[in-house]
Design a protein around this ligand. Structure first.
Ligand code: SAH
Ligand code: SF4
Ligand code: F3S
Length: 448
């Protein structure tokens, strides 16, 4: 192997947090002289950035790993890395299961990749899963898009939802400073990026761990303050943030979103269930009435705002009636999109040990009915765009139809229109909507 031409490949599972971490790790690898390889078979280093939110996500990782592990016997110079949430959850146990691995590293260690790989190249098998203070990254991430970018603002989660592994694998909340966030955005603006999505597991909890309180006794650094602080960054025309927790979503934040023109009118606020007893058993800290009042307030200030969410079907003990309350909530709120999942018992979470688990049949039946309700509701929401002119930020060619380009409305609806990406990339253009489906729109460029 020629040390100067080492090639890497990254496979990313899971949420936006993992995608953002992968982009930073790719940046570190390129800084070390590695070049991207499209095919994993031609790479000298393969990194799996893993997810363990549900059992099927975890199993997918093992099937990928198995395929590369045998290769290592023919090519001993191949470096195999498992990063992300399965790495954090399994730690040393992963090495026992797949002894061919060189490095197992939790999400808090993503920025230390170079350091950890140097230990590997010195002949060690390395496990890095201890709780760590997340270092500011000084390397340039290798971002997938040249139009839209993710910027982490808060890592970790301090909630204890009874079904969820995230607090175990991502650790406690760590907010970046407003200055570090702004500096990253200024650079993105200079590089030509047009849209930034601020990221966190509970982004509206931003700043609770930073020092400083105001005269009114609230934290000095909140998401609302951060939006005001970064809003004028030159070149960045659109701002989004995700994921919001209903517990921390304030009227002050809603007013800021209505007032600040760059903040897109799209809010991703998972509700998980429409039944108060299930919400309580989940440890979510709100009722469906509270959730509805947040949405009412958003619509009071921004009547056309898009609302998206996550929901779980078949939580332990969920009765048919309780499940129907989730269906009802979806219809009554009129969500633009809901990410759905059947409940999956996860290691180290309280709900996994409860006796009142539902059968796979019940869970999959409910998931199907949930998905049906989500798509009929989304279809009704898409219909409102018909005949309207929407500002669409163009991101890429439509992979399925090369005569079209693809972008998003402020409300985050995927929108297609005829055109060549060379003419439109990174521009916000007026598109008259001529057709709609549940989760996407089609239109034509207009001068209206
Ligand atoms: N922090 C966000 C969500 C993070 S996890 C929030 O609190 O809303 C993303 C989604 O995965 C969750 O919203 C939930 O719907 C789903 N999820 C998490 N654990 C799950 C489990 N054990 N089974 C099924 N779905 C789960
Ligand atoms: Fe998981 Fe709850 Fe934290 Fe979201 S808030 S990441 S669901 S523990
Ligand atoms: Fe999965 Fe970890 Fe995200 S478990 S959903 S990749 S925080």
């Amino acid at each position: 192997m020629n040390a100067l031409h080492r090639r890497y490949h990254i496979v990313t599972f899971g949420c936006q947090m993992n995608k953002a971490d992968s982009e930073r790790m790719a940046g570190i690898l390129e800084g070390m002289g590695f070049e991207w390889a499209d095919a994993p078979e031609t790479a000298d280093l393969i990194l799996y950035n893993t997810c363990t939110i549900r059992d099927n996500a975890e199993q997918k990782v093992y099937s990928y790993l198995g395929r590369q592990a045998w290769r290592k016997h023919q090519e001993p110079n191949l470096t195999l890395v498992v990063a992300g949430c399965v790495a954090q959850q399994e730690g040393e146990a992963l090495l026992r299961r797949v002894p061919e691995l060189d490095l197992v590293m939790g999400p808090q260690h993503a920025n230390r990749l170079q350091d950890l790989l140097e230990q590997v190249f010195n002949g060690n098998q390395v496990v890095a899963t201890d709780a760590a203070h997340i270092l500011e990254d000084i390397t340039q991430p290798r971002r997938d898009s040249t139009v839209t970018a993710w910027v982490n603002v808060i890592y970790g989660c301090n909630e204890r939802c009874t079904y969820c592994v995230v607090p175990n694998v991502r650790g406690v909340e760590q907010s970046r400073t407003p200055e570090a966030i702004r500096a990253e955005m200024v650079e993105l603006g200079q590089q030509g990026y047009k849209e930034v999505t601020l990221l966190g597991q509970n982004i509206d909890a931003y700043g609770r761990d930073l020092p400083g309180v105001t005269a009114e006794g609230r934290h000095q650094h909140t998401l609302t303050d951060l939006l005001y602080f970064v809003h004028d960054v030159a070149g960045i025309d659109r701002l989004r943030f995700s994921t919001s927790h209903p517990r921390y979503f304030t009227e002050r934040l809603i007013r800021a979103c209505a007032e600040l023109p760059k903040v897109c009118e799209h809010f991703h606020i998972p509700f998980q269930s429409g039944d108060n007893d299930i919400l309580k058993a989940m440890g979510r800290g709100y009722t469906h009435e509270k959730y509805r009042s947040i949405i009412d307030l958003i619509r009071h200030y921004m009547p056309d705002a898009s609302i998206t969410a996550d929901a779980i079907a078949g939580f332990p003990g969920e009765t048919e009636l309780q499940f129907e309350r989730t269906l009802k909530l979806i219809e009554e709120i009129g969500f633009d999109l809901v990410n759905t999942a059947a409940y999956s018992p996860r290691p180290g979470t309280p709900a996994a040990l409860w006796q009142n688990q539902l059968s796979e049949d019940v869970k999959s039946d409910r998931l199907q009915r949930l998905n049906h309700r989500v798509s009929t509701t989304a279809m009704a929401r898409s219909r409102r765009y018909l005949g309207r002119t929407e500002a669409v930020l163009v991101e890429a060619q439509n992979l399925k139809d090369p005569t079209q380009v693809m972008g998003r409305t402020s409300g985050n609806r995927l929108t297609f229109f005829p055109g060549d990406i060379a003419d439109f990339k990174g521009q916000i253009v007026p598109i008259k909507i001529t057709d709609f489906r549940a989760f996407s729109l089609t239109g034509i460029l207009t001068t209206d």
